[in-house]
Design a protein around this ligand. Structure first.
Ligand SMILES: Nc1ncnc2c1ncn2[C@@H]1O[C@H](COP(=O)(O)OP(=O)(O)OP(=O)(O)O)[C@@H](O)[C@H]1O
Length: 268
C-alpha cells in the first residue's frame, strides 16, 4: 500500500507492509494500519497471532524485518522520538521488584524528565485512583498480579503519552479496578489520546473501541467499527463480536489450510 504523505503525522499510528519473522516463524505479515488520533483501536486475535509482536514493533522494542511504521509521524526507527509519544503496558509489566511502588513511579517520572512536584502530584492522583495508596510504600515483590498491573499502567501513562498501547489491561484486575481502567481509557479517548488495546476480553472492546482489527496468523483479516463488523456477521455468522472473531479467524484458518494444501498438492 502506498499513499501520498505516508508517515506525515496525519495519523497517530501508521504502518505499511510491516513484517516480523523469528527464524522460520512469521509472526506478523504485510500489516497496514492507519489509526487516527483519539481512536480506541481494539486489536484482537487468537493466541500467537502476532499482537504482542506488533505492539513491540510499534513501540520500538522489536525491530521490524520489513515495512515501515510511524507514531505521530515519527518513524519507529527513531527510538528516542517515539518513546516521548508512547506509553506501553505489556501483559506482564517489567517492574523493579526491590523498589516500592512510589519509588518505581518516581524513577519512571525521572526517566521522562517530569519535574519532581508535577511527578508527585500525578503519582499521588493515580495511586489514589487505583486504590494503591496504602501499598505505595511497600516493595513491589510482595504485590499481587493486579497490583503489579495497576502499578505498570500508572508507569505507562505518567508522562502523558499521546498514543497508549495496552496489552490485556484488565486481565487479573478485580471488577472495581477493571472499571477504573475502562473509565480511564474512555476519558483519554475523549481528547486526542489514541489507545491501541489488545485483549481477549471482547466485552471491553465492544464497550470501548471505535475501531477493531482482527489479526490471524500475523495478518489483518478483518477491520471496522464494532457495529460494522457485527452487521457483517449477522448475515451468517451470528451477531456478537465473539461470533465475528470466531468466524473471521476460522474462515482465514480454513482458507489458509486450503491454500497450503493446494500449494502442497501443486508441488507434489
Ligand atoms: N522472541 C521470539 N522468538 C521466537 N518466536 C517468537 C518470539 N516472539 C514471538 N514469537 C512467535 O511469534 C508468533 C506471534 O507471537 P505473539 O506473542 O506476537 O502473539 P500474540 O498474538 O501476542 O499471542 P497471545 O495472545 O498468546 O499473547 C508466535 O508464533 C510466537 O511463538
Amino acid at each position: 500500500m502506498t499513499r501520498d504523505g505516508m508517515g506525515d503525522g496525519s495519523f497517530a499510528i501508521e504502518a505499511v507492509g510491516l513484517r516480523k519473522h523469528f527464524g522460520d516463524v512469521v509472526a506478523v505479515e504485510s500489516l497496514d494500519l492507519t489509526i487516527e488520533a483519539g481512536t480506541v483501536y481494539g486489536f484482537l486475535g487468537p493466541n500467537g497471532s502476532g499482537k504482542t509482536t506488533t505492539m513491540r514493533m510499534l513501540t520500538t522494542l522489536t525491530r521490524p524485518t520489513a515495512g515501515e511504521a510511524w507514531i505521530a509521524g515519527v518513524p519507529v526507527t527513531d527510538r528516542a522520538g517515539v518513546i516521548e509519544h508512547v506509553g506501553y503496558l505489556p501483559e506482564e509489566p517489567p517492574l523493579f521488584d526491590e523498589l516500592t511502588a512510589r519509588e518505581y513511579l518516581r524513577h519512571v517520572a525521572a526517566l521522562h524528565d517530569i519535574p519532581g512536584s508535577a511527578a508527585d502530584e500525578r503519582i499521588e492522583g493515580y495511586l489514589d485512583r487505583f486504590d494503591l495508596d496504602d501499598a505505595a510504600d511497600r516493595r513491589i515483590d510482595g504485590f499481587s498480579t493486579g497490583m503489579r498491573k495497576k502499578t505498570g499502567l500508572v508507569g505507562a501513562i505518567l508522562h502523558e503519552p499521546t498514543v497508549i498501547f495496552l496489552d490485556e489491561p484488565t486481565s487479573g484486575l478485580d471488577p472495581r479496578a477493571a472499571r477504573t481502567v475502562k473509565d480511564l481509557i474512555a476519558e483519554f479517548s475523549e481528547g486526542e489520546t489514541t489507545i491501541f488495546l489488545s485483549t481477549h476480553i471482547l466485552s471491553v472492546v465492544d464497550e470501548l473501541a471505535d475501531e477493531v482489527g482482527v489479526l490471524h496468523d500475523g495478518r489483518l483479516v478483518a477491520e471496522g467499527s464494532p457495529s460494522d463488523l457485527k452487521r457483517r456477521a449477522e448475515a451468517g455468522a451470528g451477531e456478537t463480536l465473539e461470533d465475528v472473531f470466531l468466524a473471521v479467524t476460522a474462515d482465514h484458518a480454513e482458507e489458509y489450510a486450503t491454500t497450503e494444501r493446494g500449494a502442497a498438492a501443486d508441488g507434489a
